[in-house]
Design a protein around this ligand. Structure first.
Ligand code: CU
Length: 135
């Protein structure tokens, strides 16, 4: 019986450890950029790392952070986001976000977009984000 359980765990890796909540993106126009936001919850004891995001909506997808230098605010690419064990990480306006560059089509209020998030431990997680204007 325990051997069977072990096999089941291999076939169905612990996909429950990472939960993605409240995924949304800003409406934007073809050839322009926009940003995707969500909350990552890590139920596992061990840290996990988000290192890639795929989307058919944009030519390029990057993980960005926002930084400030004196009066200047900017954003830049980072290679990954670490979510501590039993922790959570919020991507939000003015902080980390997923940058969608050179959109292949308009994204209007209420549109839905599909994304694949790549985690080192949890593997691939598919999410759907809804387009809405920031409050
Ligand atoms: Cu950005």
């Amino acid at each position: 019986m325990s051997a069977l359980l072990a096999i089941l765990f291999v076939l169905f890796p612990s996909d429950d450890n990472i939960k993605i909540k409240a995924a949304w993106m800003r409406p934007s126009s073809e050839k322009m950029s926009t940003a995707l936001y969500f909350v990552i919850e890590n139920k596992s004891e061990t840290a996990d790392t988000l290192f890639q995001v795929d989307s058919d909506l944009a030519e390029r997808v990057e993980i960005h952070e926002t930084y400030s230098e004196g009066e200047m605010m900017g954003m830049r690419k980072v290679d990954f986001i670490v979510i501590e064990g039993q922790g959570s990480f919020e991507l939000k306006p003015g902080a980390h976000h997923i940058m969608l560059m050179k959109l292949k089509k308009d994204i209007n209020d209420g549109d839905k977009g599909e994304f694949v998030l790549h985690f080192k431990q949890a593997g691939e997680i598919k999410i759907t984000a809804i387009a809405k204007k920031p409050k």
